[in-house]
Design a protein. Structure first.
Length: 263
């Protein structure tokens, strides 16, 4: 009998580790499913403004894309880095727009890729799904991610004109190498007028070189549309500080910076 109970408890513990649980996120983020293919969905974390249910207005959207180590089928992993980390710790995703002085509150969607990161068409389908279900200001859709999520972000804005046109700004961090085809398509970013703020560290030279290359490839078509912030001493791990609302470069955090731009 004791062996049976012990075996059951072990199985229950293994299930808990593997399940797409949001036990750590229930106070501030919800677990949802989002479409990414014609036949498939993935799990995602969702944060709505605290006033969302009491209003009828539209809100700016941030799509947050994780790194490779956070892929899989366990949403708890997403809480260890980036925007989900701060929301889970009680941070409000809101900012004052330097362009108009108004406070904006964000809807945040953080999908979990089964492996690596979401491909451009998967991001398109997810965005279609999210736009149908939530009140999103389609003139203020922002994209950010780190490492494999940086790859997914840059792949999305360099894949096709229709998808590029949907994004108001992007903040890719420590970007993994994008596909060869997309390397030749940065004109799409310029044509869609997507300001890009890349961040990468001095201790992750490959990723910093990627960011510099993508910046230059964009600015060839439209000077100063993209910029790079070089993070002194930063290696390829722990993307918390850069997503903190208190973290500022050029006098503003990434959320204030994004809000300056709209379609």
């Amino acid at each position: 009998m004791l062996k049976t109970i012990r075996a059951f408890l072990i199985l229950l513990f293994i299930w808990w580790l593997q399940a797409p649980s949001t036990a750590f996120a229930q106070r501030h983020m919800d677990s949802i499913m989002v479409n990414v293919t014609a036949w498939g969905k993935v799990h995602a974390l969702l944060a709505l403004p605290d006033e969302y249910a009491k209003t009828k207005k539209d809100y700016p959207l941030i799509i947050f894309l994780h790194g490779k180590s956070k892929s899989g089928n366990n949403l708890q992993k997403l809480l260890l880095e980036g925007i989900p980390y701060w929301i889970n710790n009680g941070e409000k995703m809101q900012a004052v727009n330097p362009a108009d002085g108004k406070l904006y509150k964000f809807i945040v969607v953080a999908p979990q890729a089964p492996n690596w990161g979401l491909k451009p068409d998967e991001i398109r389908r997810m965005l279609d799904d999210v736009e149908k279900r939530y009140r999103i200001d389609r003139s203020r859709i922002y994209l950010t991610g780190y490492s494999a999520g940086g790859w997914a972000s840059v792949m999305a804005i360099t894949d096709n004109a229709a998808l590029s046109a949907r994004f108001a700004a992007a903040v890719p961090m420590s970007v993994a190498s994008i596909d060869d085809k997309n390397l030749t398509q940065f004109k799409l970013v310029a044509d869609a007028n997507i300001p890009c703020w890349y961040l990468a560290g001095t201790e992750e030279l490959h990723f910093l070189e990627n960011c510099e290359r993508y910046k230059d490839s964009t600015n060839t078509y439209k000077p100063n549309l993209a910029k790079v912030t070089v993070l002194d001493g930063f290696a390829h791990h722990s993307w918390k500080e850069q997503y903190d609302t208190a973290y500022r470069k050029y006098g503003m955090n990434i959320y204030e910076w994004m809000l300056q731009y709209k379609k």
